[in-house]
Design a protein around this ligand. Structure first.
Ligand code: MN
Length: 146
């Protein structure tokens, strides 16, 4: 697929798994298939299959007693996925959208945004954060009532 190499990582499903696994590891120190399954709303059998695939690609490994952990490469990719989620969220929050809309849209956008486009959004978010007058002007363009 053209442009594929510009994306942060692999498929949509793999991104979601790596993101969840890192969230679980940060929260609890380990990621269990049952928790991944619950958080993603996916059957445990599918989770087990995906973990096997991620393992064969060197992104996770299974440790006795600890459950699934990320390899260094898996951790690097998961960090990039989460950073991308946070950048898109930060950008939309500047405009005061409701949190539910932001979350839903970010979950969709993050799978399609290329690295160059993400860099543009990050730059605009930085610029608006550093310039309250410009931010106000931008917000007024979106909603002239405010
Ligand atoms: Mn996300």
């Amino acid at each position: 697929m053209p442009g594929r190499s510009q994306r942060t990582s692999g498929s949509v499903a793999m991104d979601d798994y790596l993101e969840q696994i890192l969230h679980l590891i940060v929260a609890k120190g380990y990621a269990r298939a049952v928790d991944i399954s619950k958080n993603l709303g996916i059957s445990q059998a599918s989770v087990t299959n995906m973990l096997r695939k991620l393992d064969s690609e060197g992104l996770v490994k299974h440790e006795k007693y600890r459950g699934t952990v990320l390899t260094d490469e898996g951790h690097r990719i998961a960090r990039a996925i989460i950073e991308r989620h946070e950048t898109l969220t930060r950008f939309l929050r500047l405009f005061g959208l409701d949190e539910e809309t932001i979350y839903r849209d970010v979950e969709g956008m993050e799978h399609h945004v290329s690295r160059p486009t993400l860099a543009v959004i990050r730059a605009i978010a930085d610029l608006l954060e550093g310039n309250p007058a410009l931010l106000e002007e931008a917000r007024r363009k979106v909603d002239p009532q405010t």
